[in-house]
Design a protein around this ligand. Structure first.
Ligand SMILES: Nc1nc2c(c(=O)[nH]1)N[C@H]1C(S)=C(S)[C@@H](COP(=O)(O)O)O[C@H]1N2
Ligand SMILES: [Mo]
Length: 348
């Protein structure tokens, strides 16, 4: 179902020009309580934190098209030497790869829920692209969804063995909302570069812009270094729940210490550290973190805070990679929002 919830006007960095985006998508999102509890409730950080498919955000610009796997075809066409048609059976018969990867929407609000981690299964696109053969004057691939969605990427960015035609998510066939029967996953990019209901890959000799790119969103859509607080003690926090109150005593009382937990992600590099502040940025401490299966899966982190007295506190967290330190100040939206979510904690 299409829901146009709000229209955001965005000032572009080049000044003057106004870009707009309809943020369609998820029904009133629910806090990911069940998914995030292990961040603060286990002895050690889990290896993976999967977002259950029912809680996984859905971002579609229109309604989900009905596509049957039996009649579904993926065309590889345009500036290729030999156009190809791939069937669903072809995909199932090809070598399978399973991988954990965190998907996020470039329009996700700071600390928002348009992010999730799943176990995806599919097959590499590369052998088919090699079979089709790209003509020398091709510069881009245009990826088409059955809903007429399109996005583009430079030729070289698709000629990688970790670009997958995916047909399963969290051990089940893709749901209709998530792109049944087949979507593409291109690690390192925001969700906008991963068409669902993929039906055509077209090599082109000129550059053009896709659905969201025409509306002012980054054409590179590369995921920046960024992290976010997701849980304080047993309470989930996110952009719609940024204030938490904790009592001194009791099972989750602050006297025994307060767990602050969250996630962090980058397009390609491992998260080197996550720094946490409990005094609105005056002092910073390094969080404990896990080591995910790949740099495309979110890093889980947590920090044990031992408050000394009641009062009001502001919690912040930022992530660091070799390339980038997440800025604590606000940043432009069009390249993906990587600024820091502020959590207000009242200790009584
Ligand atoms: N065909 C198609 N693919 C699409 C979209 C779309 O509207 N149509 N939305 C994109 C956007 S903006 C995002 S963030 C991701 C969301 O994937 P999800 O709904 O499985 O979470 O899908 C991408 N792929
Ligand atoms: Mo998106």
């Amino acid at each position: 179902m299409k829901r146009r919830q709000l229209l955001r006007y965005l000032q572009t960095s080049t000044g003057g020009l106004i870009a707009a985006r309809f943020v369609a998508g998820c029904s009133a999102p629910k806090p990911p309580l069940s998914a995030f509890d292990p961040l603060v409730k286990s002895d050690t950080l889990p290896e993976h934190l999967i977002t259950p498919t029912e809680e996984f955000y859905v971002q579609s610009y229109g309604s989900a098209p009905t596509v049957e796997s039996a009649t579904w075809r993926l065309e590889i066409t345009g500036k290729v030497k030999q156009p190809l048609q791939i069937t669903f059976d072809d995909i199932l018969r090809s070598p399978q790869q399973s991988f954990y990867l965190t998907l996020e929407c470039i329009g996700n609000a700071v600390g928002g829920n348009q992010i999730g981690n799943a176990l995806w299964q599919g097959t590499s696109l590369l052998p088919w692209l090699q079979k089709a053969g790209v003509q020398p004057d091709a510069v881009e691939f245009v990826l088409h969804g059955a809903d007429s969605y399109e996005t583009t990427l430079p030729i070289k960015d698709l000629l990688k063995s970790n670009v997958s035609l995916v047909h399963r998510m969290n051990g089940e066939p893709l749901t209709v909302d998530h792109g049944y029967p087949v979507r593409i996953i291109i690690p390192g990019r925001y969700g906008q570069k991963q068409p669902k209901w993929l039906v055509k890959i077209e090599a082109s000799d000129r550059t053009r812009q896709g659905h969201w790119e025409r509306r002012g969103w980054s054409n590179e859509a590369q995921i920046p270094t960024h992290g976010m607080i997701r849980q304080v003690q047993s309470k989930p926090v996110w952009n719609r729940q940024t204030a938490v109150q904790l009592e001194r005593s009791g099972k989750t009382g602050w006297q025994q210490g307060v767990w602050i937990g969250g996630v962090a992600l980058d397009r390609a590099l491992p998260i080197e550290q996550v720094m946490v502040s409990t005094d609105n940025g005056q002092t910073w401490q390094q969080a404990e973190q896990n080591h995910p299966s790949s740099t495309h899966e979110w890093t889980l982190w947590r920090y044990r805070w031992q408050p000394k007295q009641p009062g009001d506190y502001t919690l912040l967290a930022y992530a660091v990679t070799e390339r980038e330190t997440q800025p604590v100040e606000d940043k432009q939206w069009r390249d993906g929002n990587s600024s820091v979510l502020k959590i207000q904690v009242k200790l009584t």
